[in-house]
Design a protein around this ligand. Sequence first.
Ligand code: EPU
Length: 420
Amino acid sequence: MDSLLIKGGAPLCGEVTISGAKNAALPIMAAALLTKEPCVIQGVPDLSDVRFMGQILSWLGAKVRFDAGNVHIEAREVKGAAEYDLVRKMRGSICIMGPLLGRLHKATVSLPGGCVIGARPINLHLKGFEALGARVTIGGGYVRASGRRLTGAPIFLGGRSGSTVLGTANVIMAAALADGVTVIESAACEPEVVDLASFLNAMGARITGAGSPTITITGVKALHGAVHKIIPDRIEAATYAIATAATRGEVTLKSARADHLGAVLDKLREAGVCIETNGAGIKVHRTGKLRPVDITTLPYSGFPTDVQAQMMALMTLTPGISIITERIFESRFMHVSELARLGADIEIEGPSAIVKGGKPLSGAPVMASDLRASAALVVAGLAARGTTTISRVYHVDRGYEDIDGKLRKLGARVERITES
Ligand code: EPU
């Protein structure tokens, strides 16, 4: 298992190119199951989660080939079942269910189960499939959905914490080949949903409204192959922006899209970070003192839960008190106790973390527990005095392409230790 050894204190300076979005790539790769024709997905990040989605698609019968940032997928024949050993490794693999149901009118997928950030239920996905006319049963750890024909319907996808990103993706994909018109109300508005709809429309689907809470899908008889370029990863961009602020650096995030990062850039500006945007990317610069900010995570266009941990790391360096409230995943505070090992003063009260920032952090051995928690440890380690060793780096590698290489190019003293 690899570790990252970070000697903190070096300001990040220069340019970094933001990779394609993991959370757009996963459902878009799954969407290629909806056609027998070849699809090419460009700008796909080289990440363990993406390679894993490739393995799932191969296992289901598709030909999958990765080549220099492109993934070629051809799903001539597809089988409609995915077992526990495939699905348990990545919760995101549930997004194969919509395309399997859409194409084969039946799908059997192992229930993904919970994970360290929360319960991860799929009740809204299943409600959507049922509304389309599928019969859904659960037994032996598997969920089965089948229906001789799927018929478009009105579907409300709002849940306790707002809508569901992969649930919206799953229902759109199942409805793309259904008879008639489906109208999803309270759909997720995330840019990754918009990117999926663009890919499906390029395949011949008829989807309007993606990016708003009402999405209309007019079913078509068949979809064809398409070429599509993935949007840049807004969470990776936010993480580098925060790391730049944490180290008093100056970095241009090439290809980052400011229009996908409104809430994050707004909070960074409020915290005293200088942000300039232009068509080519976003320039982040910090010289002065940081100011504490309060944050509540919300569905898009609110502050993303996937940036909560990294922002908390920044607030530990900021004199004063910030209150960070997590409204999407109930136990997404795994980073708190590890940040405390670096000297952070954080108290959890219900869904909120009270960060008493401003004390300098000092390096220590810490352990990554999930993807974004590990990113927070990287941010803190870059700013801390001395050496931080982050073990279980495979969590970081799930979502950050070549993180140590990119950080080194920006001047960070980061080394990957590979244990044989
Ligand atoms: N929810 C339900 N019922 C459902 C589905 C979700 O109650 O059927 C609840 C969840 O428990 C949660 C909320 O709705 O409280 C939002 O969950 P959502 O379904 O939107 O999450 P997801 O689609 O499973 C994606 C990303 C996550 C990201 C969330 C929220 C992918 C592969 N994953 O998950 O990304 O945190 O949306 O934005 O797209 C990450 O990249 O680190 C990551 C965890």
